[in-house]
Ligand binder design. Structure first.
Ligand code: HEM
Ligand code: NAG
Ligand code: NAG
Ligand code: NAG
Ligand code: NAG
Ligand code: NAG
Ligand code: NAG
Length: 384
């Protein structure tokens, strides 16, 4: 009996040792370390390249319009293992080689690619990229995947990362996207033809066949109403509250040819929209916007159908405002809650290189936010 117990125990020890080793050996270098135990993080950090996050790249030298679907950046179909995610902008940049085609990139590569390929302005590019990297990236290797997600455990705040990446729900990716379903319904990041048909229908009804600001306001309202009525876990608090309105401006801001004037009202036609959203593809002869931009019109879209930041608290149709969430009347809270709640919730007590890189990336994020006069910097992990 003793012997049996002992061998059983040592077999158990061996199996758990092997499982542990294989789970850390199989761990991709771009996966988020959020939610792992101190010991798991230590084991992984010892094996991973430890990168000192470089200063963010600066703005473009030439910031006018130009052909970006050029000979040096041909569209190529996906190869086995290539990662794509919920963002049609980043998917397109990867499929044209402005980003590594496998969909794994550093923040520096992402900031350069969105500036070069879409003329996104430096402040917006840095703000969005470091926000995404802080919650979905690997802060030790300085890599982020543009898709891939965290395994769900039902935990709140967000669960342990198994894969990480931009598909991870509730920290950046969120509900009521235009062309992607809510996470609650299973697939949270793939192109959804039914939702795209609705995008086309709204563009026909409110934009004469083009997605412009008027369509953006109607469709944003519609998607919010659908989520309230069908998704018992619908969450429309910050940061999703902001990214939803911002992303509604992106199609007419970034996907319309830079040689077209008054793009906010002219809008995006459906053949070109299909290429970007479904195929991750620039139209032939596509020129980027004429000047650096972060998208305009988010406040107009919000104002057409104002709604408080909030969530369904007890099943469908129980949408309730959350006064602790940031909204358009308190933008500083967007920064403060993101740092103090979201990031701190993912990394309650980081050590060593992980803590160092969190502090550095939080600094880049704060610089990008650009509100030093009205919104004090937070230091949840102290300073270096
Ligand atoms: C700067 C780095 C960027 C990051 C980290 C990023 C990340 C994301 C993420 C995580 C989503 C999913 C949010 C959701 O709907 O749940 C998203 C959506 C979206 N992104 Fe990006 N993005 C970036 C830049 C861009 C650019 C440059 C464009 C346009 C050229 C773009 C266009 C869009 C659009 C249109 C959506 C909404 C998709 C939909 O609602 O169906 N993004 N992005
Ligand atoms: C675009 O480049 C011009 C010329 O270098 C510069 O004066 C201008 O400030 C730049 N615009 C932005 C928004 O960076
Ligand atoms: C796409 O979205 C529609 C509407 O929300 C949903 O009914 C459908 O199941 C989704 N399709 C897929 C393939 O996920
Ligand atoms: C969007 O297009 C429709 C149809 O042409 C037009 O009535 C509307 O004024 C446009 N919206 C804007 C903001 O220009
Ligand atoms: C589609 O994109 C191309 C390339 O940017 C542009 O020339 C064209 O005007 C766009 N719209 C239509 C209706 O083709
Ligand atoms: C952020 O959290 C720290 C403690 O971690 C606290 O001292 C600080 O007051 C918080 N900031 C805000 C604005 O709530
Ligand atoms: C919750 C969840 O993981 N949902 C889905 C996200 O999308 C992938 C790919 O379609 C599904 O496998 C997941 O089940």
């Amino acid at each position: 009996m003793m012997a049996f117990n002992r061998s059983f125990l040592s077999l158990f020890a061996l199996v758990s040792l092997l499982t542990n080793i294989s789970s850390t050996l199989a761990f991709p270098s771009y996966s988020s370390l959020a939610g792992l135990s101190e010991r798991e993080v230590e084991e992984l950090v010892a094996r991973l390249p430890q990168v000192l996050p470089p200063n963010p790249p600066g703005p473009l030298e030439f910031n006018g319009t130009k052909l970006v679907n050029d000979r040096d950046h041909p569209w190529k179909p996906l190869q086995k293992g290539d990662i794509r995610g919920p963002c049609p902008g980043l998917n397109t940049l990867a499929s044209h080689g402005y980003l590594p085609r496998d969909g794994v990139a550093t923040p520096t590569q992402i900031i350069q690619a969105v500036q070069e390929g879409f003329n996104m302005d430096s402040g917006t590019a840095r703000f969005v990229t470091y926000a995404a990297h802080l919650v979905d990236g690997n802060l030790v290797t300085d890599l982020l995947s543009i898709g891939g997600k965290t395994k769900k455990t039902g935990a709140d705040p967000p669960p342990p990362a198994i894969v990480g990446g931009l598909n991870t729900h509730s920290v950046f990716e969120g509900d009521s996207s235009m062309t992607r379903g809510d996470d609650f319904f299973g697939d949270n990041h793939s192109f959804n033809q039914t939702l795209f048909d609705q995008f086309v229908d709204y563009s026909n009804r409110f934009g004469g066949g083009f997605y412009n600001l008027t369509v953006a306001a109607e469709l944003r309202h519609r998607r919010i109403e659908e989520s309230i009525a069908t998704n018992p876990q619908f969450d429309f608090t910050s940061p999703r509250f902001f990214t939803a309105f911002a992303e509604s401006t992106f199609p007419y801001t970034f996907f319309v040819d830079g040689r077209i004037s008054d793009r906010t009202s002219a809008g995006l036609d459906m053949p070109n929209a299909t290429l970007f959203f479904r195929d991750s593809k620039f139209p032939n002869d596509f020129w980027r916007p004429p000047a650096p931009t972060g998208g305009t019109g988010a406040l107009e879209i919000f104002s057409a159908y104002p709604i408080a930041a909030g969530r369904n608290i007890n099943g469908v149709n129980t949408f309730t405002p959350d006064p602790t969430s940031a909204d358009f009347s308190n933008i500083c809270l967007l920064y403060t809650n993101f740092v103090n709640r979201t990031v701190k919730g993912l990394y309650p007590d980081p050590k060593g290189v992980l803590r160092r890189n969190l502090i550095i990336n939080l600094g880049y994020f704060y610089d990008a936010f650009g509100a030093a006069d009205t919104c004090p910097e937070q230091f949840p992990y102290g300073t270096l």
